[in-house]
Design a protein around this ligand. Structure first.
Ligand code: ATP
Ligand code: MG
Length: 242
């Protein structure tokens, strides 16, 4: 039977070859927050500064990020998807995520990239767990089974008042549909939810941040894009030394 004998038996030359490989795993940073808090805007800005500093950066999003995931995204976000049960909604979110981890996130981390992901499991906990009242336990259990319990190295939670951020997202989507853009133009299903729904989602996010304060940094997203970006750069350099 194989028995682990500890590093003391490993030849020093072998250790010297292994350690840089091990330390080369990338970093996984997720952006979270209500619709319209500026996640996509801020992700792009952070990607640009990290690339300028010489890092390999992968920008991706959920639901989506793979060709299967983008098809699932269309079902989930299209306002024409009527009568989707909350459990089916949660299952589709996780189907997209399991594929995304296998096809994009894990390979990129193994290659040493910084993966910036627009929404991840905290979104499912906040929207389906709190917003749809499916509870935290079901989400965390599915995350363990379907996602191998993969945890981000850092989560940036953009926080602002729901009326303000959801209003921004609605105006953006109205502009996009007037211009006939696919993508945001037909991604209105969640934005039709009530004020009470978004208030539960925000509370859900803040509860996650409290429980996982080492991983989740709450950033005030009610200022200008540049003000928010400065706070994010400060958090990223303090927590990840990037
Ligand atoms: N700090 C800000 N102040 C004012 N407007 C902003 C700010 N940040 C982003 N916006 C604008 O608000 C809209 C929503 O921003 P963005 O698309 O980045 O949000 P999001 O969090 O990705 O939303 P969603 O969850 O719907 O994808 C966009 O039109 C964007 O240009
Ligand atoms: Mg976005």
């Amino acid at each position: 039977m194989y028995r682990h004998k500890g590093a003391s038996n490993v030849h020093p030359y072998l250790l010297a070859a292994i350690i840089p490989q091990m330390s080369r795993r990338g970093k996984f940073i997720t952006f979270e927050g209500l619709d319209g808090t500026g996640k996509s805007t801020q992700l792009r800005k952070l990607a640009a500064v990290l690339r300028a500093a010489g890092h390999k950066v992968v920008e991706t999003r959920e639901p989506g990020g793979t060709s299967t995931g983008e098809r699932i995204r269309r079902v989930l976000l299209d306002s024409g998807t009527a009568g989707l049960s909350p459990l089916a909604e949660m299952a589709l979110m996780f189907a997209s995520r399991a594929q995304h981890i296998a096809e994009v996130i894990e390979p990129a981390l193994e290659h040493g990239s910084i993966v910036l992901c627009d929404r991840f499991t905290d979104s499912t906990e906040a929207y389906q767990g709190s917003g749809r009242k499916l509870g935290t336990h079901a989400v965390l259990e599915l995350h363990r089974v379907l996602c191998g319990d993969l945890q981000p190295d850092l989560t940036i939670l953009l926080d602002s008042n729901p009326a303000m951020s959801v209003g921004r997202a609605r105006r953006r989507n109205q502009r996009a549909s007037r211009r006939g853009h696919r993508g945001h133009g037909d991604e209105n299903r969640f934005e039709q939810e009530t004020r009470a729904f978004f208030s539960r989602v925000r509370d859900g996010y803040l509860a996650i941040a409290k429980r996982e304060h080492g991983r989740v940094a709450v950033v005030n997203a009610s200022g200008t894009p540049d003000q928010t970006h400065r706070q994010i750069r400060e958090v990223v350099s303090r927590k990840l030394k990037l």
